[in-house]
Design a protein around this ligand. Structure first.
Ligand SMILES: O=C(O)c1cc(=O)[nH]c(=O)n1[C@@H]1O[C@H](COP(=O)(O)O)[C@@H](O)[C@H]1O
Length: 280
């Protein structure tokens, strides 16, 4: 039987810890790395990040937008990076933030979560602006293939807070309602441990502002961007996430990538150790 996403993620946590290195080939980073701002540059950048991650951390998160800038050539570069990550056993969260009504988002799920698809990843970030229920098809695909989704709930950027703290007719915040719906899905589909559907909750936030300070049980997988460049500190991980900490994936891009091609190996090793200590 295929291992569930939650089981696979827990194995990554115990083998490598919770650090996720973002693969975000910003134009300025490509320049600092001595690479051209082209699809070939993004490919080389991604492969070099994988060289540094392999054996030192377990998860990468390519930000699809930086590849999409180059159209089909950018997607071809991303396909090579995804294939390389698979062959190295590095877990991939594709950061595509897809969302739409059911039949269209179903196709996004097929693109990113189907085994053998050119863009196959282990998980995909998705938006629930059309309702968590609109994500039923990719959620079901994830369950059947041992893959996962991360649904945006409370994002690290300040512009999201007003919308995400707004109260539903039930009185709960939008962010909390998304987390609760995800947990209901997981409870109905996963019998053990972390579920297949996770949420995105930024590390820059005060979770009480989103009614997320009292954690739902069991905690879902939590993709946690906002550490490093956006200001959140890894040693504060437990105080930020409280009872959600058991599912947290610490995601950092610029703060690690900024070490450059010569410093990236040491940066990943140091960061991974910091995260292991903070989550011990
Ligand atoms: O889904 C994400 O990964 C994400 C959600 C969120 O709330 N905030 C956020 O910054 N991100 C992504 O996480 C990465 C953060 O990059 P750094 O700020 O450089 O660590 C970017 O790729 C963002 O698109």
């Amino acid at each position: 039987m295929t291992a569930t996403f939650g089981e696979r993620l827990e194995r990554v946590f115990s083998d490598y810890g919770r650090l996720c290195v973002g693969i975000d080939p910003h134009a300025w980073l490509l320049s600092e790395w001595g690479l051209p701002d082209t699809a070939a540059g993004t490919r080389e950048f991604g492969l070099r990040v994988l060289d540094a991650v392999e054996g030192n951390a377990g998860i990468v998160k390519p930000q699809v937008a930086f590849f999409e800038r180059f159209g089909s050539a950018g997607f071809a570069a991303l396909e090579d990076i995804l294939a390389s990550a698979r062959s190295r056993g590095v877990f991939v969260i594709a950061d595509g933030k897809r969302g739409d009504l059911g039949t269209s988002v179903e196709a996004y799920g097929q693109a990113w979560l189907t085994p053998g698809s050119p863009l196959e990843a282990d998980a995909l970030t998705v938006s629930a602006y059309q309702g968590v229920g609109s994500l039923a098809a990719p959620s079901a695909l994830a369950e059947s293939t041992g893959k996962g989704l991360f649904v945006l709930a409370a994002t690290s950027n300040p512009e999201g807070s007003e919308l995400q703290q707004a109260r539903m007719l039930s009185g709960t915040t939008v962010a909390r309602a998304i987390v609760d719906e995800v947990n209901t899905w997981n409870a109905a589909h996963s019998t053990t441990g972390l579920g297949s559907i996770g949420v995105v909750i930024g590390a820059t936030l005060n979770l009480a502002d989103f009614d997320l300070d009292v954690a739902p049980t069991p905690a879902p997988p939590v993709l946690a961007p906002g550490f490093g460049h956006q200001g959140a500190s890894v040693p504060a991980m437990r105080s930020i996430y409280g009872a959600l900490t058991s599912g947290v994936i610490v995601s950092e891009s610029r703060s690690v990538l900024g070490a450059g091609p010569n410093g990236i190996h040491a940066a990943v090793r140091t960061r991974a150790e910091d995260v292991r200590q903070a989550s011990a």
